[in-house]
Design a protein around this ligand. Structure first.
Ligand SMILES: Nc1ncnc2c1ncn2[C@@H]1O[C@H](COP(=O)(O)OP(=O)(O)OP(=O)(O)O)[C@@H](O)[C@H]1O
Length: 251
């Protein structure tokens, strides 16, 4: 049987009196794109932050290739973190760094590569994402769509095993949204990473994700394929899909 890359087992998270995750168990399968959907404030970003290691659960555990991450040595944690990258909402580019420097940052900070090796790897991503010629520009000088591509180049420059995308299309027009989805799908295929995408783009996200997980009130109310969710009869799922996608998707 296939082993999941990441497994969450009965994960609970509270902030003060507020419980945000109530026993989340899920498997993230290698080489696939998994989408996490659900209403605002249901804990999707909190879930991503647990996988990255920015947050610790109050109960349950998170495993990487069946090894609990809380049992990892400092060196194992470092290696694990270097296999992951993320693209946050709003890109989070550094305004004081030019495009080349923004993309090179994870290589400079997380590896011992020489400047010439870094230049080669950044150059490859610049070419793949159609950003050649922008190296010396600053984030304030490029368009929103380009910024997303720079953020994507930065997320992919380390050849990560797992890439987490937190609402990667927020604030984009429909054409650029499609472009970002196509980029995720085509690079996922080409580079073979595992993708985890938090998204409100219903139904578009169903075209690029093989697995869908829906959170509601801190619990998983749906886990299955993008085909299965479209015929799911669970009322909370149908209501959500109808609300997000309107008449163009359901009924
Ligand atoms: N560091 C924190 N301290 C206290 N509460 C937090 C913290 N981080 C998140 N929360 C709370 O956890 C809940 C879930 O937040 P989260 O950002 O995961 O929602 P989300 O599902 O990603 O929403 P959206 O779709 O709007 O991005 C919210 O009520 C939020 O206020």
């Amino acid at each position: 049987m296939e082993t999941p890359l990441i497994r969450l087992v009965n994960v609970h998270k509270r902030f003060g009196n507020k419980t945000v995750l109530r026993g989340i168990s899920l498997d993230i399968m290698e080489g696939k794109t998994t989408a996490i959907i659900g209403k605002s404030g249901e804990g999707k970003s909190v879930l991503l932050k647990h996988i990255i290691g920015l947050m610790q659960p109050n109960g349950g555990e998170i495993l990487y290739r069946e090894k609990p991450i809380k049992e990892m040595s400092r060196e194992e944690t470092r290696v694990f973190r270097n296999k992951m990258s993320y693209m946050f909402q709003g890109c989070a580019l550094f305004d004081s760094l030019n495009i080349f420097e923004n993309i090179a940052l994870p290589l400079k900070e997380g590896t011992q590569l020489s400047p010439s090796e870094i230049k080669k790897m950044v150059g490859e991503r610049l070419r793949q994402l159609d950003l050649e010629g922008t190296e010396n520009q600053y984030p304030s000088q490029i368009s929103g769509g380009m910024m997303k591509r720079v953020a994507m180049a930065r997320a992919l420059v380390t050849n990560p095993e797992l890439v987490l995308f937190d609402e990667p299309t927020t604030g984009l027009d429909p054409i650029r949204k499609n472009a970002v989805h196509s980029m995720i799908a085509s690079y996922q295929k080409e580079l073979g990473f595992t993708a985890l995408v938090v998204s409100h783009e219903i139904p578009d996200i169903f075209h690029i994700a093989q697995n869908i997980i829906m959170l509601d009130e801190g619990q998983i109310v749906f886990s299955g394929s993008s085909e299965e969710i479209q015929t799911c009869e669970t009322p909370v799922v149908r209501q959500f899909l109808r609300g997000e996608a309107g008449s163009m998707f359901i009924d």
